[in-house]
Design a protein around this ligand. Structure first.
Ligand SMILES: [Fe+2]
Ligand SMILES: [Fe+2]
Length: 175
């Protein structure tokens, strides 16, 4: 499955971790909207090559790039923030776990539709799973942008922010 490109930071340039995560949220919201529209279009109006291509790209982005984004939050951001405040990250981790399961369901449902383009049941399943993901994810992004990230900006020192940036660009971490 082809993946939409992820913007890379210039080598040696220090990234602002929160700006980076927020930019990824913006890209995710665009893809979630495409996921919702294309899956509904196929479920309600029937298969078209154009809607299927848009659905394919949105599923690839959501299942791969968003999964990776969530993993980086867990590995680079949350452990540092948890030294200052406990609690909010617990809920975010729980939602990531739920989303991971839903991304797998989405891939499977999409796989069935890929094999059976005319299957109404497969199209309905994709649209249903997609709708659930969009609801959870839009809410999750809202909480991170408006609650979690302001906490980071309020409590974390410049050194802590630099540590997050380092963890995000550590060898073996794909950015
Ligand atoms: Fe998250
Ligand atoms: Fe996020």
């Amino acid at each position: 499955m082809k993946t939409a490109p992820v913007r890379k930071s210039a080598p040696g340039r220090r990234i602002d971790p929160i700006a980076q995560f927020m930019q990824e949220h913006d890209e995710t919201l665009v893809q979630l909207s495409a996921l919702n529209k294309s899956s509904r279009s196929i479920a309600e109006d029937g298969f078209t090559a154009d809607a299927f291509r848009r659905l394919h790209d949105a599923v690839a982005f959501v299942a791969e790039e968003v999964g990776f984004h969530n993993k980086r939050e867990e590995e680079a951001l949350f452990p540092v923030l948890e030294r200052y405040v406990e609690g909010p990250t617990g809920l975010m981790r729980e939602e990531h776990r739920t989303l991971k399961k839903e991304f797998l369901r989405l891939r499977k449902a999409f796989g069935r539709l890929e094999l059976h383009h005319e299957s109404k049941a497969a199209a309905t399943e994709v649209a249903l799973v997609a709708r659930g993901i969009v609801q959870i994810m839009v809410n999750h992004i809202h909480k991170e942008n408006h609650i979690l990230f302001p906490l980071v900006q309020k409590f974390l020192t410049k050194d802590a922010l630099r540590e997050i940036a380092r963890r995000m660009t550590a060898p073996g971490t794909k950015i």
